[in-house]
Design a protein around this ligand. Structure first.
Ligand SMILES: [Zn+2]
Length: 456
């Protein structure tokens, strides 16, 4: 159990340690080697509270406790010319709210003192308590409209999803409760419209592109929509120095073609007098965004780029049809962002002057911030997912065999028998891998209710 109050230095170690290992799609634990060219910790931290550090003038990192396997999430506080901006809000638990309260008080933000709350995405660890936070500290909430797709999930779609995955019907209730666990304020404001043609690469969902329309709203689509897509000739793995995964044949998502990089949409807007850039990076969630303060080079990556962890990408009953492919394509696009933001040439050096050292600061949703480029971490994440996908494929038979639920249940038979709802995350993650590999022609499936999977 987490103690009520976040730990200082020991809690900090735990936050870093979350990245050391991560689950493979069917529940095993995989270790994840930190790349040798990995992130460095920023040297400028000044403790403000046990769970709050000033990273640069006017920029605070706030560590909030979570009641799950991943023990902490980062929120960030920015002093803007016209008020305070909070980026992500934490989980819907008393411990998280209290921890946020200590930090805001220590910094000097009074109740009602927030001008805006910017959400990178709407997962329970980042936005679970956003209504409570807004009620106490105020602030206009911003979120990508595609994150509202959960609210529109109807029971028919959920039933079809359960049948498709082979999950027992009694899991329905936890599916129905999911949106309730992540309520959004009704007056939340959508980020400025993203260019309609921009966003995701070939891996992204529907053949006509599941990127938001001009209104920014992603259409409903269930995994049943996912059909194999053509692999274009230009999509071969680049085979550059990202480790063994880069040479895996067939898995082309996450490559770095110029065309794909050009499609990264960066939109500028202004909050509390502070110019901001928002970058649409769907995959981890349908409306995931990264945010950047151009004046200082601070990049809030949410859960798109993390320092070390392999993160969960789930295929859900509604949302992206191929979230893993979308996610990996958008990780590859990070190289383009490094370039246009000048981060590839900018690293913290001993003796660097303060201004330079605080530019190009990468501020992830979990783990420690770093300065310097994002791409080494993004590439490591791509590799990890390629390897995990191939490991999953190797366990499949050559003929139509297990359902997604059976693949997961084989590794966690006790949960499968007694608490099948506990397997929902592993099922959703495994399905994300399968849909991606299906789009790459590496696995196939037979049937719809349920689908039975095989290796191609
Ligand atoms: Zn998260």
């Amino acid at each position: 159990m987490l103690s009520d109050r976040p730990h200082g230095p020991s809690g900090e170690r735990s936050a870093g340690a979350i990245a050391e290992g991560t689950r493979d799609p069917s529940g095993g634990l995989r270790s994840f080697a930190r790349p040798s060219h990995g992130p460095r910790r920023m040297p400028l931290e000044r403790p403000v509270e046990e769970n709050c550090w000033e990273l640069a003038p006017g920029l605070y990192r706030i560590l909030l406790p979570l009641p799950w396997d991943v023990p902490f999430v980062n929120a960030y506080l920015v002093r803007a010319p016209g008020g305070w901006i909070l980026i992500d809000a934490g989980a819907d638990t008393p411990a998280s709210l209290r921890a946020l309260g200590w930090a805001l008080k220590a910094v000097g933000v009074p109740e009602g003192g927030l001008t805006a709350i910017l959400l990178t995405h709407r997962h329970p660890d980042h936005a679970g308590d956003v209504i409570a936070v807004q009620q106490r500290w105020g602030g206009t909430v911003y979120v990508h409209p595609a994150e509202r797709e959960l609210d529109r999930a109807d029971p028919g779609v959920l039933t079809a999803w359960l049948a498709f995955t082979g999950m027992p019907p009694e899991v329905m209730e936890t599916l129905l409760r999911r949106a309730e666990r992540m309520p959004l304020p009704p007056d939340a404001i959508p980020y400025p419209a993203m260019p309609a043609a921009a966003g995701v690469g070939r891996g992204g969902g529907r053949p006509d592109g599941d990127v938001p329309s001009a209104s920014g709203v992603a259409p409903d689509c269930s995994p049943l929509d996912a059909s194999p897509r053509e692999t274009s000739a230009g999509d071969a793995p680049t085979g550059d120095a990202h480790g063994a995964g880069a040479t895996v044949p067939g898995l082309s998502a996450g490559d770095e073609t110029a065309e794909r990089a050009e499609r990264v949409p960066v939109t500028t807007f202004s909050v509390a007098g502070l110019p901001l850039e928002v970058v649409y990076t769907p995959g981890h969630s349908p409306g995931h965004v990264m945010l950047r303060v151009p004046e200082t080079g601070w990049v809030f990556t949410g859960d798109h780029v993390l320092p070390r962890a392999g993160i969960n990408v789930w295929a859900n009953p509604v949302g992206l049809a191929n979230p893993m492919g979308t996610y990996l394509d958008n990780l590859a696009a990070v190289r383009h962002l490094d370039r246009i933001w000048g981060m590839d040439a900018r690293e913290a050096r001993p003796g660097a002057d303060e201004d330079r050292a605080t530019r190009g600061l990468v501020l992830p949703g979990h783990g420690l911030p770093w300065s310097g480029p994002m791409m080494p971490q993004a590439a490591a994440l791509v590799d990890w997912h390629r390897q995990a996908a191939l490991a999953l494929r190797n366990r499949l038979p050559d003929e139509p065999g297990p359902t997604v639920f059976e693949i997961v249940a084989a590794r966690r038979p006790e949960d499968a028998r007694e608490k099948p709802h506990r397997l929902r995350g592993a099922v959703a993650e495994t399905l994300a891998f399968l849909l991606w590999m299906e789009s790459e022609g590496l696995v196939g499936r037979q049937g719809e209710a349920p689908a039975r999977w095989y290796r191609r």
